[in-house]
Design a protein around this ligand. Structure first.
Ligand code: GLU
Length: 454
């Protein structure tokens, strides 16, 4: 470890880098938010390691290597032409090919994709696997679209995307609005255009065509494994705890399943319209039937069982719990909700989604000493299992469920230990935000320095 003795240099430097970003990326609030949080927590590392102040590592880290924006024209079921915007931000390839999901949601814009790609770069570094960071998607709204429309959209999207991706270049996967079905249509079109069965070009595939066991469950399971580790070092566990989980998509459903398996009672889940409370424990088969098979709303849950009630206005964080798992989307848990959770006795919060807690909320949790697992650590299980899918594809192998799940649990325990040790080493014991940001940064920054000015 080298010491510069230049107290305050780190602070001055991050302030300058951030001022430039405020200026250049002023129309991208989510990107600025993500960068600000990271730069803030890097200060102790920059003060200790003068080498990161050279070579403009920070400036390079905050600027994507490449950003691709493209037109996605497609024909709807009525025969009308629709035009959407497609994105792929290839953020950082120091550690391996760009890796990160595709999000199909009307809120998607360049700033959102950049924030996700930036987070992904550090998250992927924490997994210990050889993957760089990227993200993509479209402002396409899959809600209410037929299967045939989804297929035509995916085919058009891939018709452009295929020139930019590859097993050794950029490996997309799913995110909000992109699951196994969409990955199938995307992979099918890639295969058709390129005339190559290149399994390693995309992850989240079906089990018959190169997919990995545990990949669907991985983000939710991984979040619970991470929170379980945070609880374990405090002499606690999920057993007998009340758990509230926002969202009812893939991440939320499998987080709920694992939390219940470990002895917790999941009392509430939500969607963008409202939330349901079921004091006897959410019936996941019912949630899955509503959301997965018929793409319905969570309100139906309360319509179909007398045990539950539905709340249309207000926030799910009003429901008292010991453990809160925000698994829906960015900025869904604000400072006020964080204060409510605290008042109601929350002891642990794990971000299953990317950046679901606002900066105010993160501050409330950190100041209070609640165990807070930031997304880039707590939800890294999804992309880690994508990394395992790539390993299986490279060796033309497929592993059993139990073995893959064990690998996932080990990776999550390793990430937890690394974040915890790093936080303690930099004078902030228990601060997983600082630990995750510094540990991810050091790995990417050291590699960027090794590779020269590129
Ligand atoms: N979209 C997921 C994430 O936010 C997974 C990405 C991947 O598997 O490449 O990490």
């Amino acid at each position: 470890m080298t010491t510069t003795g230049a107290e305050g240099n780190g602070l001055r430097l991050t302030a300058k880098v951030f001022a430039d970003i405020e200026q250049r990326d002023r129309h991208e609030p989510e990107f600025r938010q993500a960068v600000h949080e990271v730069l803030e927590s890097l200060e102790p590392a920059l003060e200790r390691h003068g080498e990161y102040l050279d070579g403009r590592v920070l400036e390079r880290l905050c600027e994507p290597e490449r950003q691709i924006i493209f037109r996605v024209p497609w024909t709807d079921d009525k025969g009308d032409i629709q035009v959407n915007r497609g994105f792929r931000v290839e953020f950082n390839s120091a550690l391996g090919p760009y890796k990160g999901g595709l999000r199909f949601h009307p809120s998607v814009n360049l700033g959102i994709v950049k924030f996700l790609g930036f987070e992904q770069t550090l998250k992927n570094a924490l997994t210990g696997l050889p993957i760089g960071g990227g993200k993509g998607g479209s402002d396409f709204d899959p809600k209410g679209r037929s299967d045939a429309e989804i297929m035509r959209f995916c085919q058009s999207f891939m018709t452009e995307l295929h020139r930019h991706i590859g097993e050794y270049t950029d490996v997309p996967a799913g995110d909000i609005g992109v699951g196994r079905r969409e990955i199938g249509y995307l992979f099918g079109q890639y295969k058709r255009i390129t005339n190559r069965y290149e399994s390693g070009v995309i992850t989240g595939k079906g089990l018959n065509w190169g997919g990995s066991q545990v990949r669907v469950e991985a983000t939710g399971y991984g979040t619970v494994y991470f929170v379980d580790e945070m609880l374990r070092v405090r002499g606690e566990g999920f057993g007998g705890k009340r758990v509230v989980i926002s969202g009812s998509g893939n991440v939320a459903v499998y987080a709920a399943q694992k939390a219940a398996e470990l002895g917790g009672t999941v009392v509430a889940m939500s969607d963008s319209a409202g939330y349901v409370v079921d004091e006897s424990g959410i019936d996941l088969d019912l949630v899955r039937e509503i959301k997965e098979t018929r793409a319905g709303r969570i309100k139906e849950y309360a319509d179909r069982t007398t045990r539950a009630h539905y709340v249309a206005d207000g926030t799910i964080w009003d429901v008292a719990c010991d453990i809160a798992l925000p698994c829906a989307t960015q900025n869904e848990l604000d400072g006020r909700s964080a204060a409510t959770l605290l008042r109601n006795g929350v002891i642990a919060v794990g971000e299953g989604a990317n950046m679901p807690a606002t900066p105010d909320a993160v501050k409330v949790f950190l100041d209070s000493g609640v165990a807070f697992g930031p997304g880039k650590a707590a939800n890294a299980g999804g992309v880690a299992t994508s990394g395992l899918e790539m390993q299986q594809n490279a060796s033309r192998d497929s592993w059993h469920f139990d073995y893959t799940d064990k690998r996932l649990a080990e990776i999550m325990a390793d990430i937890h230990a690394m974040c915890r040790e790093t936080a303690a080493a930099y004078g902030a014991p228990g601060n997983y935000v600082l630990g995750a940001n510094i540990a991810g940064f050091i790995k990417v920054a050291d590699t960027m320095r090794d590779l020269g000015v590129i």
